[in-house]
Design a protein. Structure first.
Length: 190
């Protein structure tokens, strides 16, 4: 049910954004009408409602297709995701369980494959994260190399000379999610 609600909300948001972009295209066509040398824009500005409908369809399709891509998918319903880069992503389900499943599996604790994450930060193409309990790990998003640390002291000893963020600068999934998907991405993208 939550997935359906999220999908319908996304479709409505895309329609509102496409309406804005279509109105913007009509406004540009009207402005271009004042320049007599541009006959294509002159023709488009006289089309009015037809231009708006066509612009709406193009903008709607583009926004919908973008929302299905790696960089546009933010999750639906009770799942949320943040693209980290190089095909990797941080995901959360049920609003509480954030996890990272690298394309090269590794083990932080007794869990293989996906790692529960409390807090994380990405710096210089390296994911630095505090896993469940007191474990830490780093994962290079480019080379897919990883390092696992048993506690914050071991992580700090590794992170400091490499310019990686200290554990105090790591943020929760929702802080990262609102920072990434908020602002211009929220208003301009699906």
């Amino acid at each position: 049910m939550e997935y359906l609600f999220g999908f319908v909300f996304t479709l409505v948001k895309i329609a509102i954004q496409a309406s804005f972009y279509a109105a913007l295209a009509c406004g540009l066509a009207w402005l271009a009408n004042t320049w007599p040398a541009n006959l294509a824009w002159l023709w488009a500005s006289r089309q009015g409602w037809r231009l708006w409908r066509r612009s709406f369809v193009v903008a709607y399709a583009a926004l919908f297709l973008f929302s299905c891509t790696y960089w546009g998918d933010h999750g639906l319903g009770d799942s949320a995701r943040i693209p980290l880069g190089h095909g990797e992503e941080m995901q959360q389900i049920n609003g509480t369980d954030a996890y990272f499943e690298g394309s090269v599996p590794f083990t932080v604790s007794d869990m293989a494959g996906s790692q529960q994450v409390d807090k994380f930060q990405v710096a210089d193409e390296i994911l630095c994260a505090k896993a469940e309990r007191t474990s830490y790990f780093t994962y290079n998003l480019i080379t897919k190399e990883h390092h696992v640390f048993t506690d914050s002291l071991n992580y700090s000893a590794y992170a400091a000379p490499r310019g990686l963020p200290p554990s105090s600068e790591m943020q929760s999934f929702w802080q990262q999610y609102s920072r990434y998907w908020g602002g211009w991405r929220f208003w301009l993208l699906a």
